[in-house]
Write a protein that binds this ligand. Structure first.
Ligand code: SF4
Length: 364
């Protein structure tokens, strides 16, 4: 099942941030396809500050696609000199000639036609069509990839095909219909100015939904290596209900990763899983241990039990494959570090992200 992207409230926060913080850049004042296209090609591998004077001189010399198509090659190269990657300028002119020859000088609207122009890849196609024509296409450049890899804890190098595909799917899934231009620019701007390699999370509108911020591992994402293998351990978590709308929580001891937090009773195996899920025998044994760890254990099968959806949760150095199990128990005498908690009580307690997810999924 594809993962959902940013939820609508997070996208609204991002767009609001962009409306307040967007830099005043020359290519943002006129959104014709030609101008967006020139700026996007110049900005590939080149800093914004460097591009600005080049962009202004280029537009003065070649204000439209016809002038670029007819330009003298020496003049074109002289105007590009210093920006590097000269094939970009040559492809610009080739594409301009194609637009004039095959489309009467009007920039095409069909993504596959645009994608076939010299110098156009997926990114440039989506950028030009979304920013200048409002087409619902999400871009994925290095800045957007860094933001999404952190928010959704996407592992693996963003240079690999499967990871890029995953990130593109996340970018697509969050795209608000009819507002692709602002959404794309906002994500790119956020990556360029806030979610930088050294992120400034205090200024970030996505902080409330960011997995890397929550886990404190921002700089581990995106991964530098081709693959990032974290050990993954099976874990059984009990959602113990007492029939009065309450669930049983236990305060974790110590100063470790989750020390002092209130948590659902659980047991984590030291066994490391590979890509396969835990076996039924492993789970059955873990479940017995988890039940035996409850106060007044063993308490017998007091009510029906139910398997809840399994998920993987990532910490900075390991992952857990969480198998939540809902059970009913009457436990009268609770030790000091255990308590029954209702939804209202729960909001005031420190509860780990993984347990909070289980409770929210169950409406507990
Ligand atoms: Fe990036 Fe920090 Fe924002 Fe997460 S909270 S998206 S790591 S700047």
């Amino acid at each position: 099942m594809p993962r959902p992207g940013l939820d609508p409230a997070a996208v609204e926060g991002l767009l609001q941030w962009f409306a307040n913080e967007a830099r005043d850049l020359p290519w943002r004042t006129d959104r014709s396809p030609y101008r967006v296209w020139i700026s996007e090609i110049m900005l590939q591998q080149t800093q914004v500050e460097t591009v600005i004077p080049y962009y202004q001189r280029f537009l003065q010399a070649f204000p439209g696609v016809e002038e670029l198509a007819a330009a003298d090659e020496d003049r074109l190269m002289a105007l590009w000199a210093g920006l590097g990657y000269y094939s970009r300028a040559r492809n610009l002119q080739k594409a301009a000639r194609q637009v004039v020859r095959e489309h009467g000088g009007v920039f095409p609207e069909e993504p596959s036609t645009v994608r076939a122009l010299p110098g156009f890849g997926d990114y440039t196609t989506a950028a030009v069509l979304s920013l200048s024509m409002g087409q619902d296409l999400a871009v994925l450049d290095g800045n957007v990839a860094r933001v999404l890899a952190r928010v959704f804890l996407v592992e693996g190098s963003v240079k690999t095909g499967p990871v890029r595909k995953q990130l593109q799917a996340l970018a697509d899934a969050g795209l608000p219909t009819g507002r692709a231009g602002s959404y794309n620019e906002a994500l790119m701007e956020l990556g360029a100015r806030v979610c930088r390699p050294k992120p400034r999370c205090a200024e970030c509108p996505l902080q409330p939904v960011c997995g890397a911020f929550r886990e404190g591992c921002q700089e581990e994402f995106p991964s530098k290596n081709e693959t990032r293998v974290r050990p993954c351990h099976p874990c059984v978590v009990l959602v113990v209900r007492n029939g009065k709308g309450q669930v049983l929580l236990h305060r974790r001891e110590g100063k470790g990763l989750l020390g002092g937090l209130w948590e659902l009773p659980s047991i984590r195996s030291l066994v490391k899983l590979d890509s396969n899920p835990a076996t039924p025998a492993q789970l059955s044994s873990l479940l017995d241990q988890a039940r035996a760890g409850l106060p007044e254990a063993p308490v017998g099968a007091a009510g029906p039990e139910r398997h809840l959806p399994v998920f993987r949760h990532h910490y900075s150095h390991f992952s857990i494959e969480v198998h939540p199990q809902e059970i009913e128990r009457e436990v009268q005498e609770l030790p000091a570090d255990w308590r029954w908690v209702s939804v209202a009580d729960r909001d005031g307690l420190g509860i780990s992200a993984s347990d909070r997810r289980i409770l929210e999924d169950q409406g507990a």
